[in-house]
Design a protein around this ligand. Structure first.
Ligand code: HEC
Ligand code: HEC
Length: 201
């Protein structure tokens, strides 16, 4: 009786250990794959791919769910050493636990604002629009990850431009209160906002 029990315990321990190791290996293998497109530790070197370093895990988990449910369009992308694919296909391959693991991983990385060209005059005007309409949810000029509203300050301009287009056309959904604020913008305001966010380096 005692023998059987101790054998059972041993098997259980071995099983737990193996499961633990697998989870560990999967988490780092996973983020390596993400880094292929999103750059080292999630700081992207291509303007078409957003940086995700330092994003809150809630935002990453929500984005992955939106892609998986096909509620958010996803551009195809081919990294230098990998196959062309997109976030919808990628998100469908991950379990909920894997999504949580990668989200926690990127939340711990440091977001590095990108060096990119910008129009200083428009950026100055954009700062005013931001303060009036957007600062409430995108605080510290859009740099505070704790708002659970992504990081806009220092994000790639080309990526932001595309997202604004998708949001304006309704292809990408955003919170109701954000839509209300967007409706209040005047012609040219979005261009100013994009210059403002990309001016923060
Ligand atoms: C083949 C390249 C590629 C790979 C691999 C990849 N991504 Fe992406 N990811 C993109 C592109 C391109 C976008 C922008 C998509 C769009 O909106 O059109 C994106 C967008 C995102 C976003 C939304 C960011 C935001 O600001 O809203 C998150 C979150 C994300 N990816 C997480 C991940 C995670 C986690 C992994 C690994 C499991 C991963 N990605 C792997 C290319 C990739
Ligand atoms: C009521 C809160 C709220 C307000 C006000 C708001 N936003 Fe947002 N915004 C969010 C949240 C939450 C997200 C992330 C979740 C999502 O994509 O739905 C987001 C996402 C975004 C994104 C996408 C970022 C990415 O990485 O893909 C952009 C761009 C953006 N907001 C711009 C703005 C601008 C510009 C304003 C002002 C005109 C504004 N928002 C006002 C809450 C808000």
């Amino acid at each position: 009786m005692l023998k059987i029990r101790s054998r059972g315990t041993k098997i259980l321990l071995a099983g737990l250990l193996a499961a633990g190791l697998t989870t560990f290996a999967t988490a780092s293998q996973l983020s390596d794959k993400c880094d292929n497109c999103h750059g080292k530790d999630g700081n992207s070197t291509d303007e078409k791919v957003p940086s995700i370093a330092g994003f809150s895990s809630a935002v990453i988990e929500d984005a992955m769910a939106a892609y998986r449910n096909e509620e958010r369009p996803a551009d195809k992308y081919k990294p230098e050493d990998g196959d062309e694919t997109d976030m919808i296909a990628i998100s469908k391959k991950l379990s909920d636990d894997q999504v949580k693991e990668v989200a926690a991983h990127y939340a711990k990385q440091k977001f590095m604002p990108h060096k990119q060209s910008f129009d200083a005059a428009l950026a100055k005007k954009g700062a005013k629009v931001h303060k009036k309409r957007c600062e409430k949810c995108h605080s510290d000029n859009g740099s505070n990850a704790e708002d659970d509203a992504a990081i806009l300050a220092g994000q790639w301009k080309a990526y932001l431009k595309r997202q604004f287009k998708l949001i304006e056309s309704g292809e990408r959904d955003v919170p109701k209160k954000m839509k209300k604020k967007l409706k209040k913008l005047k012609d040219g305001d979005i261009e100013k906002l994009i210059e403002f966010y990309s001016s923060q380096q």
